[in-house]
Design a protein around this ligand. Sequence first.
Ligand code: AMP
Length: 221
Amino acid sequence: MVLLGPPGCGKGTQAEFLEGQFGLVHLSTGDLLRDALARGTAAGIQAKEFMAKGLLVPDSIVLEIVSESIKSSIRGGFILDGFPRNLNQAKALDALLAENNLALTHVVLLEVPAQVLKKRICGRLVHPASGRSYHTGFCPPRIPNRDDVTGEELVRRPDDTEEALEKRLGVYESQTRPLIEHYSLTSQAKKSKLRLVRIDASLGPQEVSKRLAAALSPSSQ
Ligand code: AMP
């Protein structure tokens, strides 16, 4: 499954829900890149300035960093969060899946208007080790600035600034949004098993999870 949507639409939160609900592996390229950066790997260091500016990290770096993770978790079913982000990556993913005799079953599009995204992103706090995210206003942690599960400190992402967000939204519109058309066409092809599911993700996280579970249930297929 691929989770598609602009920054702040709740991909990470819903991926965590789906992981628990359906036993899928959550692969977030943003988390993989932040982890590579924290470990000081060559790929992480190269990715740093692109991420800080809200730009896409070059495909060669992303594809290298994700292909191993995808291959190692491919058997059990997985949720891709933040990948693919452009047509080139989508084609690379199609090829990788085809090589392994697999195909995507769902592309879930989480739709949220830009003004809601800005409010969400500007108050976001994250727990780096797990990727869990909170919001100072809408979804505060039980203890201020501490992760509910581990009690560890929460941080603000360096790219969660208004300036970087403007860039990230622009990049989403120009490079990622065309994937909706790509997957829509794929889903209409003869014998395609792919379903494109659109969810109104401007609602609260629990309501979005409820709608997502209903849309993915076998009875709605
Ligand atoms: P995210 O956590 O998904 O919001 O990603 C944070 C940042 O990591 C993005 O703004 C990009 O700079 C980089 N990134 C994550 N996934 C990708 C990808 N598939 N392709 C290129 N850059 C990515």
